[in-house]
Design a protein around this ligand. Structure first.
Ligand code: ZN
Ligand code: ZN
Length: 895
């Protein structure tokens, strides 16, 4: 049939063909009509639209590999198209293979856009190889692909020689330190690249160091974007040092990194000398007002230091004896600032006797040494001084901090009799950098012993706040929060500390305050709020927060990924799916969150289906864990086995999840087999053994439980949490198999050793308020009503035939306790009861619990849902249970 059409077309006069072409779009004229026959090629070459086709827009046209082959074939000989946009097609590495081949021959293309095409390291290798040959391409856009470190390496290697590329866009490509290393190496050699976009990658301080070093040599790059990476003050310092020398960079964006005032100071130092940088974007870092003023001052001082030094020399020549202390101090400061260390040393030698009499100049001299990284001479000078002022101590502390020796700064602090505000702030700054329990205690101690006049100092409190946040002490951070400047940044810091320390309700509470203070949301704070909702898992809260996210942020990938996770964990798979489906090109986190949402809600088959749809290069360890977990909770053992056997690099977590899957289905032989395979070349894993043990508990298999428990005790005597959990599981097995004596022995041992299992904690929302209940919690203001309700529910349960299951009790009973009273005190029981107290006719209750729901609570909740005709949704540590009004649970008692 093809043949016949070909014959027909060749027979048509060109005028008629032109008429046909008039109705075709660029893509068809360019690709499908070209290379059909020599006749057609000649005609098309003469066709006016083809002659002026310099820009070919094929963005978002759903082009697959077949279409790319057509484009590539035409491109090989084409001499007209200079701009080709193939973005958002998703043809992946295979498509790139054909395009790269074409690029080796093409001599016309100047700009090539390949954003959002699922290009991985393999594709990048093809592309890089083609750039060795190609001599025309100046702009390459690879925005939002997945080239990773490996791809960056290929590009970097080629860029060392490439002489045409001017702009390279690598935004959002999972490039980390290693990949940056190769790109930086390229920059040292390359002499054409002027613009490099590396925003939204995974570049930390190490990568920044590579780039900064490269920029000391590079003489072409004018624009460098590093927004949204993981750059801290250390990275800022590297850039600072480079900027003092670099004379080409005009725009540097470090937006949305982790730079604080300390980093701002380094950059400020650099700005005093740099003459070329016009734009330095530091938005959305952790820089406070003080840091901002450093930068402002340095911009003002730009060029002034050199002038000051010149004046000093003039003064010296004309009037040697009259040089004042102030002038020497100024000159020394100027030398420090322009990094003219030799001149500084000369000045010191000429005026040493005068300098040694003046404490202010001595402090400047220590600062001078420290900034020139001559720590040894700073120390020698410092030790020699008899009357040390707070300024001298401060210069020394600051020097140590600058040179990344915070512990030394702390040691110095203790030598100061009456520390100044700056000294105390420097101490807290040093503590924040170390952030251990020890430094945290030090901050608390120093803060509580501060003299009255320092108690409310904004500067001291801000640095203390930072130290608390970095040490995860949200309680103290919250305590001093009202006394420090309250802005989006300080709110964000506090919220992230709450999230990290499992206090999501606090994050939402402070958001209310933030609204009252009229502080607007930004994407990072939105993500913090969504994460808090994920942790809470309460539908109404999730809904309310999602509605408050500004519309303009709804295409932000971080926000969307966080939302998928939130809806999944709030029991709304449908909403999670809607967001997932709306993503143009979901990344690893998007896919994995969606798979996990299915898994948590017992939709194993959907999880597996999506897993198989996921591009393989996006799959990471976490993805495997989530899909295996999903199988595990839906009894899809065979499917799990199939996935498991195809995984190339199986990590401890992946093994553990598979063991868990077998154990939940009581396939203990298979589980033990896998553990043996793992242990044949790894040391035993506590979590793997725990999974098997909890399976044995569920199966009431005391023999196996005993065996595994002994292994855990033998291998991991030092991991107390594990021993406690393992002991409790074993005690439960004994209790459920009637071996009460053995069971109580274990529980007694735990009590004697003062070891406790983590206490149960449940969240629920009642009338727009989040309530938190611990087991046997009587702190609720209407606690007696809650107790009455629990008693009422218990009577109803018994009348429906419920028998309290004593094997679910994890500790010996106290004198005034019964099996019933202990089980009814479990945190989710209190949360359920409170819902009925507050709204007697409630028809939907939602609870999130930190531990696994016990068998007795599971049975009881099913009955409560039936008796009270109320849907109850409980998210426990491993999944979400939907208890329906018919008395059944969505997990089908498999949890
Ligand atoms: Zn329970
Ligand atoms: Zn259930």
């Amino acid at each position: 049939m093809d043949k016949q059409i070909e014959v027909n077309l060749n027979a048509l006069p060109k005028e008629i063909l032109y008429r046909i072409f008039n109705y075709l779009d660029d893509f068809h004229i360019f690709c499908t009509m070209k290379n059909v026959s020599i006749y057609m090629n000649t005609i098309i070459d003469q066709y006016h639209r083809y002659k002026i086709l310099t820009t070919l827009q094929l963005c978002n046209k759903k082009l697959g590999v077949e279409q790319i082959i057509l484009v590539a074939n035409t491109l090989k000989e084409n001499q007209i198209v200079t701009t080709l946009d193939l973005g958002v097609n998703g043809f992946g590495d295979e498509g790139i293979y054909y395009l790269s081949n074409a690029l080796q021959q093409n001599q016309t293309l100047i700009k090539l856009c390949l954003q959002l095409n699922k290009i991985g390291s393999q594709g990048t290798e093809y592309l890089a190889n083609s750039l060795i040959q190609n001599q025309t391409l100046t702009r390459l856009n690879l925005h939002y692909n997945e080239i990773g470190d490996e791809g960056a390496k290929h590009l970097g290697n080629v860029l060392q020689q490439n002489k045409t590329l001017i702009r390279l866009n690598l935004i959002h490509n999972k490039i980390g330190e290693e990949g940056t290393y190769y790109l930086a190496n390229a920059l040292k050699q390359n002499q054409t690249l002027t613009t490099l976009y590396l925003a939204e990658n995974e570049i930390g301080d190490k990568g920044t160091e590579y780039l900064a070093n490269a920029l000391e040599q590079n003489q072409t790059l004018t624009i460098l974007y590093l927004a949204k990476n993981n750059i801290t003050d250390i990275g800022a310092e590297h850039f600072g040092n480079t900027l003092k020398q670099n004379q080409t960079l005009v725009t540097l964006s470090l937006k949305a990194n982790e730079i604080s005032s300390q980093g701002a100071e380094y950059l400020a130092d650099a700005l005093e000398q740099n003459q070329t940088l016009k734009t330095l974007n530091l938005k959305w870092n952790k820089i406070d007002d003080e840091g901002a003023s450093y930068i402002a001052q340095s911009i003002y001082l730009n060029k002034q230091f050199q002038k000051a030094l010149e004046l000093f020399y003039q003064c010296e020549q004309t009037n040697n004896e009259m040089i004042s202390d102030l002038s020497i101090n100024q000159a020394l400061k100027s030398c420090t600032n322009i990094k003219d260390f030799q001149s500084g040393l000369n000045i010191y030698q000429r005026y040493s006797s005068q300098i040694e009499k003046n404490n202010y100049i001595l402090a400047s001299l220590i600062h001078f040494y420290m900034q020139s990284k001559d720590i040894k001479n700073a120390q020698i000078l410092f030790n020699r001084l008899k009357n040390k002022t707070v300024g001298i101590y401060g210069a020394m502390m600051k020097g140590y901090i600058t040179n990344n020796m915070p512990q030394k700064a702390i040691d110095i602090f203790f030598q100061i009799t009456n520390p100044s505000i700056t000294n105390v702030s420097l101490l807290f700054n040093a503590c924040a950098r170390i952030a251990t329990d020890e430094t945290l205690n030090l901050v608390k101690k120093v803060l509580s012993n501060l003299p009255d006049q320092y108690q409310n100092d904004k500067y001291i409190l801000t640095t203390a706040f930072d130290a608390f946040i970095k040490s995860n002490d949200s309680l103290n951070a919250e305590r001093i929060f009202p006394k420090i400047p309250q802005n989006r940044l300080s709110y964000g810091n506090l919220m992230s500390a709450f999230n990290r320390t499992n206090q999501p309700q606090k994050t939402l509470e402070f958001y209310k305050q933030m609204k009252i203070n009229q502080i607007e949301l930004d994407p990072p704070v939105c993500v913090l709020l969504i994460n808090a909702c994920s942790a809470l898992g309460i539908y109404s809260k999730s809904k309310s927060i999602s509605e408050q996210i500004p519309k303009s942020y709804l295409d932000n990938i971080f926000i969307n990924n966080a939302l998928i996770d939130m809806w999944g964990k709030s029991g709304c798979v449908e909403k999670a799916k809607n967001i997932f489906d709306s993503l143009i090109q979901p990344d690893t986190i998007g896919y994995t969150s969606m798979i996990n949402s299915y898994g948590l809600n017992g939709m194993g088959s959907e999880a597996i289906e999506l897993f198989y749809k996921m591009p393989s290069k996006l799959i990471m360890e976490e993805t495997y864990v989530c899909v295996l977990n999903a199988c595990s909770h839906s009894r899809l053992v065979e499917q799990a086995q199939k996935i498991f056997s195809n995984i190339e690099n199986k990590t401890e977590n992946i093994y553990t999840t598979m063991v868990d899957c077998f154990s939940r289905s009581f396939l203990f032989e298979e589980a033990e087999n896998i553990i043996n395979i793992y242990e044949s070349n790894h040391s035993p894993s506590p979590s793997m053994l725990m999974s098997l043990l909890s399976g044995a508990r569920n199966a009431k298999n005391s023999q196996l439980a005993e065996k595994i428990f002994n292994r855990i005790e033998k291998y991991f005597p030092q991991i107390q949490d594990r021993i406690v959990s393992a002991s409790i599981l074993l005690a439960n097995v004994y209790a459920s198999t009637g071996q009460m004596e053995k069971s109580s022995n274990i529980k007694r041992k735990l009590i004697q050793a003062n070891l406790k299992k983590p206490s149960g904690l449940s969240y629920t929302e009642v009338n727009d308020e989040i309530y938190m209940f611990r087991a046997h919690d009587s702190s609720h203001p209407r606690s007696s009503e809650v107790s009455d309700e629990i008693e009422k529910i218990s009577k109803e349960l018994i009348s429906y035939g419920h028998k309290y299951d004593s094997s679910c009790i994890t500790r010996p009973l106290n004198e005034n306790e019964s099996v019933e009273s202990v089980l009814c005190g479990h945190s989710e029981r209190l949360a359920i009861a409170w819902n009925f107290v507050a709204n007697p006719n409630i028809s939907r209750i939602q609870i999130t619990k930190n531990l696994r729901v016990c068998d007795d609570c599971h049975e009881s909740t099913k009955l409560i849902a039936l008796i009270r005709q109320c849907e109850i949704i409980v998210r426990d540590a491993s999944r979400i249970h939907h208890f329906h009004k018919n008395g059944k649970c969505s997990c089908q008692d498999y949890f």
